[in-house]
Design a binder for this molecule. Structure first.
Ligand code: PHE
Length: 349
């Protein structure tokens, strides 16, 4: 037998052997070992090929062709087995659990209680035709005080401990500047509601340096205190329930005249002043809790925004969102709103 013939037989034998061993490799490691042994740089195939240079040209051609075919076959057997092992691995993994099981649910976020109540209040008023407006938290003295009838050096400016940024620039102490901004850009009839953050130099158990207010106002011909009372009563019934009582107490604000503070019957003791024989801690046994300030817009404010107080009149009110939320949900501590404790927040989700 020529040495070329012998080489071809060697190759054929290798192909037959490798087909079996590769096909039966029982692990990725075993398969890899076989690949190196047959197809590696110093593997069996390479060893046989190393003998090619000793052959005649014709023998080289034939043996070389066979070698290529065998290499392709071995590679194909290797690939088939590799896929088979991968499939077996996937199946073993799937057998370990039930793929039809529903996925784990992840906790989802929810709106902050202050957002929930603020939205609810705004909805109550937009249902009555009030439009929602917003304005800057950094204000000038003009919008926060001057146009609202706080004269310079007026002690009323000290009523609210203002955080100043510059000479005439400050963090708004209330949402009332939105009365001025809105009425300067729109002519009556105007009915608007303005939610937003406000700032005061105040920080203790019941005061936060930043808190939320909602301002509301309406200007038209012939607006009276009765309109104010009707509007606020509707709002109170929407937020606190139809049995809640509303009372007006005389008060003072530079930008309203007359001015009033509005109380509602205590949400805790329903106005009785006591709960189960105990003094009510929410209304301190008075049966009433304060929820907002309001009044008829002062003629000086209307003049400041170029509206003739002889022709038009209007009412305005402002309330603290934290306060309304505490009353509505019986939250006893203001700080809970700002601590971001999910055990608290999750109860509103
Ligand atoms: N701006 C007042 C405050 O912050 C509330 C208020 C608004 C009172 C509108 C009357 C009219 O206390």
């Amino acid at each position: 037998m020529s040495s070329g013939q012998a080489l071809i037989e060697e190759l054929t034998a290798l192909a037959g052997e490798a087909k079996n061993t590769l096909g039966q490799a029982s692990s990725f490691e075993a398969l890899e070992e076989l690949r190196v042994a047959y197809l590696g740089r110093k593997g069996r195939l390479a060893q046989i090929m190393a003998k090619l240079p000793g052959l005649t040209a014709e023998e080289k051609r034939q043996a070389g062709q066979t070698a290529n075919t065998v290499k392709e076959e071995l590679t194909a057997h290797y690939t088939v087995r590799l896929e088979g092992l991968k499939r077996a691995q996937d199946e073993a993994m799937l057998a370990g659990f039930d793929p039809a099981l529903p996925g784990r649910s992840h906790p989802t976020g929810g709106l902050h209680p202050l957002s929930i109540v603020s939205d609810e209040i705004c909805r109550a008023f937009s249902g009555m035709g009030f439009e929602v407006v917003t304005g800057p938290e950094i204000e000038t003295d003009f919008y926060n005080f001057e146009a609202l009838n706080f004269p310079p050096e007026h002690p009323a400016r000290d009523m609210q401990d203002t955080l100043y940024i510059g000479d005439n620039i400050l963090l708004r102490t209330h949402t009332s500047p939105l009365q001025v901004r809105t009425l300067l850009s729109r002519k009556p009839p105007v009915a608007a509601i303005a939610p937003g953050k406000v700032y005061r130099r105040d920080s203790d158990i019941t005061h936060s340096p930043m808190f939320h207010q909602i301002e509301g106002f309406l200007v038209d011909k012939g607006v009276t205190m009765a309109d104010l009372r009707g509007t606020l009563t509707f709002f109170v019934h929407r937020i606190f329930g139809p049995d809640t009582l509303v009372r007006f107490r005389p008060s003072f604000f530079p930008f309203t005249e007359p001015s009033a503070e509005v109380d509602i019957s205590c949400v805790m003791c329903e106005g009785k002043g006591h709960v189960g024989g105990q003094t009510c801690r929410v209304c301190k046994s008075t049966g009433w809790v304060e929820i907002l300030g309001c009044g008829m817009i002062d003629p000086n404010v209307l003049k400041a925004v170029d509206i003739d107080p002889e022709v038009y009149s209007g009412f305005a009110f402002g309330m603290g969102v934290e306060r309304v939320t505490m009353l509505k949900y019986g939250v006893g501590d203001l700080r809970l709103f700002f601590e971001n404790d999910v055990r608290f927040l999750g109860q509103f989700a």
